[in-house]
Design a protein around this ligand. Sequence first.
Ligand SMILES: Cc1cc2nc3c(=O)[nH]c(=O)nc-3n(C[C@H](O)[C@H](O)[C@H](O)COP(=O)(O)O)c2cc1C
Ligand SMILES: O=C(O)C(=O)c1ccccc1
Length: 410
Amino acid sequence: MAESSGPDPSGGPDESDGLREADGPAEGSRGPAGSAGPERGAAASAPGPAASARRKLRPEHYDFFAGGAGEETALRENERAFGRLALLPRVLRGGADLGTRVSVLGREWQAPLFVSPTAFHRLAHPDGELATARAAAATGIPLVTSMAATTAVADVVAAAREADSEALVWFQLYPQPEHEVTAELVRRAERAGCRALVVTVDSPVFGRRTRDLRNGFHDLPPGLAAENMRDLPGAAPGSTRDIAMWPAGWDDLARLRELTDLPVVLKGVLHPEDARTAVEQGVDALLVSNHGGRQLDAAPASVEALPTVIEAVAGRVPVLMDGGVRRGTDIALALALGARAVGVGRPVLWALATGGEDGVREVLTALREDFAHVLTLCGGRRPEDLTADQVVLRGLPYRPGGPGRGERAW
Ligand SMILES: Cc1cc2nc3c(=O)[nH]c(=O)nc-3n(C[C@H](O)[C@H](O)[C@H](O)COP(=O)(O)O)c2cc1C
Ligand SMILES: O=C(O)C(=O)c1ccccc1
């Protein structure tokens, strides 16, 4: 049985490692549309992992990690949407064989959890992606390394494999306007030993990041670069804008698939029709995501978009999600709604900033243990035991049509 004696990954019930309390305007205090947008971080005394990281980082780097697009509505909603959902526990389903393993693209994962791709880890800590890779590997959690990493993919995979020879690393790719550039990036990921490509498709252009615009944050500090972009035609790593965003089409995805036998995970799908098309096009998995609120500010929270995608996919491929996952109950809610596994972005960045490799190991371990504990409290013995009838909306009576009546409450 899981014992929840470890640190609460959320930083405690009064805290948040997103922006709800630790940062940005308090609920109800947001300016009218067209106002200056999100405020800079709250008082340095604000509790929580985000606030701790903020004390360690240069303000423009903290804002780069913390921020979202526009008025940061999608960013805030990712966490809030989980808060609007409750879990209905089942009882008297005991048994000794509790486990958190799930199977994803032919591999057994120890927990339904992975590290989502985030750019520029060396802005958070001098060890950057090497620390993240070692910590993820040591805890048995798969890592998706970003095309915009400040450490080359070959070095990231090597660090992970050194910690655990079985470590799983996937490569996140923004399809590039030059096919040859895309092809070379895919070759680098393959040579490094990545086991899947996570193709991010929610970024036909870069989101308008209010904080970065206000801070004038464009360039990486001297010595840091988007290392995966080295020696590629047209790329000069060093600026945050050297990763080209480009409105690719389904044809480009088909061309990409001809380049490689690696499984392709489509990241950033929110519309059920896109999910259906993706499956028909032979995509191996989907990652439901609003990019941590950094692209379309009017996008729904990831967890809100999840049920329609699950319905459209109808079990044909695994569906992953990320955005706003901060605690075991969030993982359980996403799984109950049909996700196979969930990713975390900012919690890893905050842990990296404050505690380096040890910090990342601690936050991933805490999340995994917290999930195991929640699973048990829900009457589940394995992740698949969580079902959609266990998810109800808070603030509303959930009968009729609720659990036990063959219908879902959401
Ligand atoms: C600082 C930062 C950098 C990111 N960089 C990338 C990236 O390079 N590629 C990508 O596909 N997604 C990127 N994302 C989005 C994450 O993969 C993920 O969708 C999101 O962070 C999940 O939400 P969470 O931060 O609430 O956990 C980034 C997110 C953040 C916060
Ligand atoms: O994808 C992102 O959210 C992101 O922040 C980023 C920054 C620079 C290059 C590529 C992605």
